[in-house]
Write a protein that binds this ligand. Structure first.
Ligand code: G1P
Length: 303
């Protein structure tokens, strides 16, 4: 029994310029960089689908056509694999095009995450919807988004995913002031600040890239002035909703996440993520682990 409408749509902002990964991202979207052999963005769409959201709207920009191609059929490739009888690879190629109902809208002017989300307004309409940021990968065994949707369907309003970090890291994220609720893993969010200096941070709980937003967020975003970095911030719009009651599109709750999150947004974290994902793969770990050990032993000797 739920009191509030079901969440059925996912919005995935993918219009960033990917400047941290130049020159790789000059002509290739950063979302298409592989984590072992699968583009990072496919993990995100798989997570949306695993959480029951099979309508996925991607907010793209220029040079992002390969994302659309990746989630579409690839007839020539499929025919060639089929002629060779390579069923395993054929299945891999088809997997991404069979995943979800994919939709695309272009952001045009990249004016920040809040602006990217606002580009979803016409597609989403008056329904609650999820937002998944491609730089954050959540361990596929962790039902974080499913839990967030459950909380939204029970309590209404919006829901953010919160993770506790060292104080030094807080200034790289949106940060929440929180109050406990009856449920251990759910808090009420009373305030939000985008990338606060450490001394102004209301807590050590930061927003990771998963949100379930009330549709009222669109009206708030239309009125939200540029904030941190001169960009229209989703955090600023959610701060407004956190201070409203249910009639105005509030409140905002947080689901406390204690699982594994993998960052792919900068080079070092990306490399860590690739190694961790590779070590979980049965087809790679058996050879990779002894090689890594050997390599590091030699590296240490040489150091
Ligand atoms: C965005 C949000 C920030 C959030 C972060 C999560 O920042 O603005 O509130 O904590 O994603 O990854 P960005 O990393 O795009 O600068």
């Amino acid at each position: 029994m739920t009191d509030f409408p079901h969440v059925t749509k996912a919005v995935v902002p993918a219009a960033g310029l990917g400047t941290r990964f130049l020159p790789a991202t000059k002509a290739t979207p950063k979302e298409m960089l592989p984590i072992v052999d699968k583009p990072a963005i496919q993990y995100v769409v798989e997570e949306a689908v695993a959480s029951g959201l099979s309508d996925v709207l991607m907010i793209t920009g220029r040079s992002k056509r390969s994302i659309e191609d990746h989630f579409d059929r690839a007839y020539e490739l499929e025919e060639a694999l089929s002629a060779k009888g390579d069923r395993e690879r054929l299945a891999q190629v088809r997997e991404s095009s069979d995943l979800a109902a994919m939709h695309y809208v272009r952001q045009g002017d990249p004016r920040g995450l809040g602006h990217a989300v606002l580009c979803a307004a016409a597609h989403v309409g008056k329904e609650p919807f999820a937002v998944l940021l491609g730089d954050d990968l959540i361990d596929p065994r962790d039902p974080l988004l499913t839990r967030m949707i459950e909380v939204r369907e029970r309590l209404g309003g919006s829901v953010v995913a919160l993770m506790e970090v060292d104080p030094a890291q807080v200034s790289s994220y949106g940060c929440a002031a929180i109050e406990p609720t009856d449920a251990d893993d759910v808090v009420r969010v009373t305030d939000l600040v985008e990338k606060p200096p450490v001394e102004e941070a209301p807590s050590r709980w930061i927003i990771i890239g998963r949100y379930v937003c009330a549709p009222e967020v669109f009206d708030v975003l239309r009125e939200t002035p540029p904030g941190r970095g001169g960009e229209i911030q989703l955090t600023d719009a959610l701060k407004v909703l956190a201070q409203r009651d249910a009639a105005g599109g509030g409140p905002v709750h947080g689901v406390l996440f204690r699982g594994s999150r993998y960052d792919t947004g900068n080079k070092l974290d990306y490399l860590r993520t690739v190694v961790q994902f590779a070590l979980e793969r049965d087809d790679l770990a058996a050879e990779l682990v002894p090689w890594l050990r050997d390599f590091l032993a030699k590296y240490d000797e040489g150091a």
